[in-house]
Write a protein that binds this ligand. Structure first.
Ligand SMILES: [Fe+2]
Length: 231
């Protein structure tokens, strides 16, 4: 992805979040120059992979296959293994556009609640993963806001504003915004999440895009921190 495209997506995300009155934490506004001045007191932001996260999953076409995310809080797997009563949870906010696909994947370790926080409608297609990581043909049972729901393998469910679904580990899911309903503000409350190792994409996909630097970054992506933050 070009940096100019990442910047443009950040600007439009900020406008949508403001419209939905969803406020980001202070580090969301830090510039690359701010990051260069920071000391060891902000180390958690880098170690816990917090902040801006924009991906086209390697598709080259963000509008068709892509996702805007911002990680608000997270722990680390390393801390979880050493200190099981430490920070074992995470929270993200995402924006899903109409017909913008997040490709089929499951998580090895992360269980996640996906929540429609307002705007349009989120459609999800679900499968169980077979032992060999293929798509199983068995019915899928998930909890939607405390209610057990069973759909056929590869069936869909729709989250309307306020609704959520709990996806266990090894549940294959893909999702997009329902056509004609507008962009969706999507929340995620989950176990600790390490995006460098926890995602199993059914078809090969890249989780973090290569960035072509055609202008200066507005804000850093999580994958940029190590180039600017030296403490
Ligand atoms: Fe997921």
């Amino acid at each position: 992805m070009k940096r100019s495209e990442v910047n443009r997506i950040m600007r439009s995300a900020k406008a949508f979040l403001a419209e939905r009155q969803f406020l980001l934490p202070p580090f969301a506004t830090w510039t690359p120059a701010d990051w260069q001045k920071k000391g060891p007191e902000v180390r958690d932001i880098m170690d816990q992979q917090l902040g801006w996260d924009i991906t086209d999953f390697g598709s080259g076409d963000f509008a068709k296959v892509g996702l805007f995310l911002f990680t608000i809080r997270n722990g680390t797997l390393a801390e979880m293994q050493k200190k099981p009563l430490g920070k074992v949870y995470a929270e993200k906010i995402m924006i899903v556009q109409e017909n913008q696909l997040t490709p089929t994947h499951f998580h090895h370790q992360k269980m996640e609640d996906i929540i429609n926080r307002g705007g349009g409608e989120l459609v999800m297609r679900l499968w169980n993963a077979a032992a060999d990581d293929q798509l199983a043909d068995t019915p899928v049972t998930v909890a939607m806001d405390g209610v057990q729901v069973t759909i056929p393998a590869g069936g869909t469910l729709t989250l309307r504003p306020g609704e959520s679904v709990c996806l266990p580990q090894r549940n294959y899911h893909r999702f997009w915004g329902q056509e004609g309903k507008g962009p969706v503000l999507v929340g995620e409350v989950s176990c600790v999440n390490d995006d460098r190792s926890d995602n199993r994409f059914f078809d090969p996909a890249g989780r973090f895009p290569q960035i072509e630097e055609d202008e200066a970054p507005l804000h850093l992506l999580g994958s940029d921190y190590s180039r600017y933050y030296r403490a």
